[in-house]
Design a protein around this ligand. Structure first.
Ligand code: BES
Ligand code: ZN
Length: 886
């Protein structure tokens, strides 16, 4: 047992804060050997807290790794007998009703490798305070239901740190002695400490502006290191699109006069929504045609929007406690997904969301860390920034949208924002606003927030020819998860359609009366509330083909005995683009699964080849959808679908199918490649993106079978590329090909060309770490020794170690266990410098129950090795102990 075993925190123990903070006036003195933080806090007893009203509870402030220099209450030093300091708390025993507390702390940002609180990234100072980082800066009631008005005075050397930023508006600035200067910022909006931010550095400023719907002009400013001057445009444009979209779609406008974005290289997460001063991981905000792929552009647009949208869903209305995290994250992911769908193709965006959910969130739900969208307990809150909170949470909001329809949903969100503006609230308050605005009862629906696990729908059907009635039976079950058994049925919106034999959409009459009225719709959302339902569809002259769970209307697993003929039919005819894609995926899964361990003479179903030939050759199809349909289900998803998975065997089966397709369709692939060559200038629109994607898929397939024409196309594409999507597409194809010399040459050239750009070097690392060919352990070790690798930079760690364990499944699951051992070693090493990152990286090992015994035993052994590490952090403790528990 490690000595620092973290405490479990329970939602049921929630108590309102005993003291509130009206104002927090901070003064930072920044030096090279540390920083002094002067904090002046105006406290008063919370009228809603009985205990503090009656007995005058002690004042407890959070603190972490702080050196307390002085403590003054209402102008007088606090007597040592009246306070105590522990590792986590500063307690003042006797305090009056109202008082001002002045606290001075000394911290060492230059030595802060956890990247929580105030730290240095390269030459600049920056902060990350969510969830509990503010306590690493000064003593404070660091919980989101304590909201204060902040002012921040920053003092620093003027030459090294000409730019000094914090939340709100700048109100004063001036020079000090010794070449130092100061700037004071005031944020008029009360906020929790997790939204505090400070930045100091020698940064370049990019200016833009946006006029809100009420006619206010907002200054938009982006701050980057001077070398990134040409990489800001796309983020600023995305920001303006997001601001306009939130006005149109939710009626929400921005509320300060300045909105700032800062890019930093060392950052644990993607980005952070600090009030008026969003801080971004460079990789999630900086982009140019030459350095960023289409996928990176897409990601930047959605993250910029996401953090901006938090200004309402998160900042104006925030979380009461961290159990409510999905209140802001689930809702905001829902909002950014809607936005991205509106900016491009909603169907393609839906496919991407569903893929993440089914591949990774379902795996989380089926693993040892499974938890509900509103968890009941946690040890380390940073471990709960999970796919369940984010993407399942977004699905839950999306289901409310589906059940209410867009107009009532908008009424509900208006009511939510109006009712709770300036408050710290719960997911239940959100659902209540939706109920009150719509008049719908969401009582049973609330179970989506409480019950963990992925619901399973077992579907069967029969057709009664004489009556012309089609019967559909749906049974719902919810598997047990750690600490939760015997669950209740949930309220599931289930969208469906029925197709006739010519592919036409049939009317869905649920009764003879509906049939008589002759106005039945062609798509319906059935509402499942019971463990089992049977539906009848009347007036059908032949057996229909069902199109089930259209647009993935709920985050559930569906089983239905599809025949391959039905899947081929849906691929070609379903009016729902999502289900066209899904049918193709299911067909491919069926074919690949049949190949696992199959003898040599078993061949790939010719119908799959035919279906792919059609996709590749018919230029009249929606090319963006085709680009998605050509991507075979990943090994990760195939493994998720399998109990006792043997990853190398799955990988071999998938490759066999892929190679068979590539050989059979070789000429069509070349034609598709040539048809999609771009002649004009570079464009970022959906059509151009689809063309590049199709061409890169064709190239990858051709190189997989060592096609000589493919090779010369690839070499030309690499050489002539005027953008990163093309260049990376060619590089990736060579890295995964059998052309050893071309692989080495292109990797070398790529590094020589881009070695001065960290965002591109990250891509160079990860393409190698993720590849079956370059991702063997000896290569991975060499990457860790490479001069550009940096153990202090989370992006580099993710690009090598994260990509290896998370994407290179066939090498990670080497039967000799070396992949697991490697991850355990790196995780232990990282735990001492950055425990948050260590706890995130370990997650592939936590899935050990999924795999065949020879794998799972070795995975457990690796986890035990981590468990026995000295000075195990609380972050890693929670993940490792929960994973090993029965
Ligand atoms: N509030 C989070 C950032 C955060 C997460 C800070 C965890 C501290 C701990 C931010 O809004 C966020 O969710 N960022 C995501 C990207 C987003 C597009 C889903 C991230 O950082 O990955
Ligand atoms: Zn967020």
């Amino acid at each position: 047992m490690p000595s620092n075993q973290p405490q479990t925190i329970y939602l049921s123990d929630y108590k309102v804060p005993a003291y509130l903070v009206d104002t927090a006036d901070l003064r930072f003195e920044l030096f090279e050997d540390g920083a002094r933080v002067h904090s002046t806090l105006a406290f008063r007893r919370n009228p809603d807290c009985q205990e503090s009203q009656e007995t005058g509870a002690p004042l407890q402030l959070h603190g972490d790794s702080l050196k307390l220099e002085s403590l003054v209450l209402n102008g007088e030093a606090v007597a040592t007998s009246n306070y105590s300091v522990s590792d986590e708390l500063l307690t003042v025993n006797q305090v009056p009703q109202h008082f001002t507390l002045q606290v001075v702390t000394w911290i060492e940002p230059q030595n802060n490798t956890r990247l929580e609180g105030l730290y240095k990234s390269a030459a600049m100072f920056c902060t990350q305070c969510e969830a509990e980082g503010f306590r690493c800066i000064t003593y404070f009631p660091d919980r989101p239901d304590v909201m204060a008005r902040f002012s921040t005075r920053i003092e620093a050397d003027k030459t090294a740190y000409p730019v000094l930023l914090s939340n709100g508006n700048p109100v004063e600035q001036g020079d000090l002695s010794d070449g130092r200067h100061f700037v004071t910022w005031e944020d008029p909006f009360p906020k929790p400490a997790y939204l505090f931010a400070l930045v100091a550095g020698d940064l370049l400023e990019k200016q833009d502006s946006f006029t809100t719907m009420s006619g206010r002009k907002v200054d938009l400013r982006m701050y980057v290191e001077p070398r990134n001057s040409e990489k800001c445009e796309y983020a600023l444009d995305s920001l303006k699109r997001a601001m306009a979209w939130d006005e149109q779609t939710y009626g929400r406008e921005y509320d300060l006069d300045i909105f700032m974005i800062v890019a930093v290289d060392d950052f644990n997460m993607g980005a952070m929504e600090n009030k008026g001063l969003n801080i971004f991981n460079s990789s999630c905000v900086l982009a140019s045609q030459e350095t960023a792929t289409d996928m990176a552009f897409e990601r930047i647009e959605s993250i910029v929007a996401h953090e901006y949208f938090h200004n309402w869903s998160g900042n104006r209305v925030t979380c009461r406690d961290w159990f409510q995290l999905s209140l802001k994250e689930g809702f905001t992911v829902f909002r950014d997904t809607q936005f991205s769908g509106d900016m491009g193709s909603a169907t393609v965006k839906r496919i991407e969301s569903a893929t993440v959910l089914r591949t990774a969130q379902f795996a989380e739900d089926a693993g040892p860390m499974a938890h509900s969208v509103r968890p009941a307990s946690y040890m380390e809150i940073t471990n709960f920034y999970t796919l369940t909170i984010y993407v399942k949470g977004a699905e839950v909001v999306r289901m409310i949208h589906t059940l209410l329809g867009p107009d009532l949903f908008r009424k509900g969100s208006d009511l939510y924002f109006e009712r709770h503006d300036g408050q710290a609230v719960t997911t239940d308050d959100f659902v209540k606003a939706m109920e009150d605005a719509s008049g719908r009862d969401l009582g049973q629906f609330r179970l989506w927030y409480e019950q963990a696990g992925t619901p399973q729908l077992a579907i069967s059907d029969e057709y009664d020819e004489s009556a012309g009635v089609y019967h559909l039976h749906i049974k719902q079950t919810l598997p047990d998860t750690p600490g939760q058994t015997d669950k209740q049925p949930q309220h599931i919106p289930f969208a469906l359609g029925l197709l006739g034999s010519r592919g036409e959409a049939l009317a869905l009459a649920l009764s003879a009366e509906e049939l008589a009225k002759a106005d039945a719709p062609q798509e319906r959302v059935l509402e499942l509330t019971e463990a089992s339902h049977s539906f009848e569809f009347h007036g059908l002259s032949e057996r229909p083909v069902p199109s089930l769970l259209r647009h993935f209307s709920a985050p559930v697993r569906v089983s239905y005995p599809w025949t391959r003929e039905q899947l081929l039919f849906l691929m070609n005819h379903d009016s729902d683009g999502f289900n066209r894609w899904d049918a193709g995926q299911r067909l491919a899964i069926d074919v690949i699964q049949q190949m696992i361990g199959a003898p040599k003479d078993v061949t790939v179903d010719a119908r799959l080849v035919g279906a792919f030939r059609h996709l590749i050759s018919d230029a009249d199809l929606d090319q963006a959808l085709v680009a998605k349909m050509l991507v075979l289900p990943t090994v990760a998803y195939l493994a998720e679908l399998t109990d006792g998975a043997d990853v190398p065997a799955i990988h071999r089966a998938r490759r066999r199918v892929l190679k068979h397709l590539a050989i059979a369709l070789r000429d069509e692939l070349v034609a598709c490649y040539r048809r999609n060559i771009d002649s004009g200038p570079y464009q970022l629109g959906p059509e151009a993106v689809a063309r590049r994607s199709l061409r890169n898929t064709a190239l990858a397939w051709l190189l997989l079978i060592n096609d000589e024409e493919g090779r010369s196309l690839g070499l030309g594409q690499y050489r002539d590329a005027d953008n990163m999507t093309d260049r990376m597409g060619a590089l990736k194809a060579f890295v995964n090909s059998g052309y050893d010399d071309d692989r080495a040459a292109s990797l070398n050239d790529f590094y020589q060309t881009f070695q001065h750009d960290p965002q591109v070097v990250e891509q160079w690392f990860s393409v190698q770490a993720a590849s079956r060919r370059t991702g063997q352990l000896s290569h991975i070790h060499a990457l860790l020794e490479h001069p550009a690798f940096d153990w202090k930079n989370p992006n580099k760690i993710r690009a090598v170690i994260g990509a290896f364990a998370g994407q290179n499944l066939v090498n990670f699951h080497n039967p000799d266990g070396s992949g697991y051992q490697f991850l355990a070693d790196q995780v232990c090493k990282l735990d001492d410098s950055n425990p948050q990152i260590a706890a995130r990286l370990v997650s592939p090992l936590t899935r050990w129950r999924k795999f065949a015994p020879e794998y799972s035993q070795q995975m457990q052994a690796a986890l035990m090795q981590i468990r026995d590490k000295e000075n195990l952090s609380g972050d890693l403790y929670e993940v490792v102990y929960k994973s090993l528990a029965d």
